[in-house]
Design a protein around this ligand. Structure first.
Ligand code: PMT
Length: 226
């Protein structure tokens, strides 16, 4: 792992879950801990990049020499990512909620007195942060997504690579215990635009992050020479 690999580059990374408010005390979210994205931010800073880390609600210390911006919802995360542009490299490791309640109640929702009926929440689509940046006017030259899948992992990942206009997708099988959401370890498969796959076997998120950052530095250098 070489320290100067990313010197002179601005790397934008998002990490962690988003929270979508139902009322002042309740929200919809997921199990992302932010560990994968924070490890990537740490490795990118070690490689000499200027790093901006847009973090959902997580319980992790900020890596050294990383500029961190805390956000809560997907909408906030999109705005913070856009405000951090331009960037040479964008890595979308956040587990962004695809849907949010159509309204956030001003007061705590109450059960209907005398009724055992259930309740229905109406959800609407959130913006796709990665697709928005990867198709926008200020598109970072290299856009990298993750695909967290529980079945047909490589098939869905290839679909996201193309649909979201990415340079690389990192397929993450989150059905396996011991890797993925909230674990200290992960195991991933990288898929590039030529659909070449590279499997990185189970290792700590720190070790994988350094490996991924080295490969992304090489991809940026290759794009420079084209
Ligand atoms: O945080 P950890 O506990 O360390 O766990 C790591 C992880 C499993 C969360 C991470 O490795 C991972 O796989 N992150 C992507 C999670 C995800 O939401 O994947 P997805 O397949 O639903 O989304 C595909 C890509 O689009 C992702 O890069 C995601 O950031 C992005 N996206 C998705 C929806 C949305 N509305 N906006 C987005 O930008």
């Amino acid at each position: 792992f070489q320290r100067g690999l990313l010197s002179g580059r601005h790397v934008l990374i998002n990490a962690g879950p988003t929270r979508e408010a139902i009322d002042p005390v309740r929200y919809i979210s997921n199990h992302s801990s932010g560990k994968m994205g924070f490890a990537l931010a740490e490795a990118a800073a070690e490689a000499g990049a200027r790093v901006t880390l847009i973090a959902g609600p997580v319980n992790l210390p900020t890596p050294t020499r990383v500029q961190r911006v805390d956000v809560v919802s997907a909408q906030d995360m999109l705005e913070a990512c856009q405000a951090a542009l331009p960037a040479d490299l964008f890595i979308a490791s956040a587990a962004v909620a695809d849907y949010r309640p159509d309204t956030c109640a001003e007061q705590k929702l109450k059960k209907t007195p005398g009724s055992d009926d259930g309740m229905t929440l109406r959800l609407i689509r959130n913006p796709d942060i990665l697709a928005t940046l990867a198709t926008g006017a200020q598109r970072p030259r290299c856009c990298v997504g993750f695909a967290a899948e529980t079945q047909d992992v490589l098939g869905y990942a290839r679909d996201k690579l193309q649909r979201k206009n990415l340079d690389l997708i990192i397929a993450n099988d989150v059905s396996q215990s011991g890797i993925g959401f909230n674990s200290d370890d992960n195991a991933v498969t990288l898929i590039d635009q030529q659909l070449t796959t590279t499997t990185l076997p189970q290792a700590s998120k720190q070790k994988l992050a350094r490996d991924i950052i080295s490969r992304l530095a090489a991809l940026l250098d290759q794009q420079d020479s084209n």
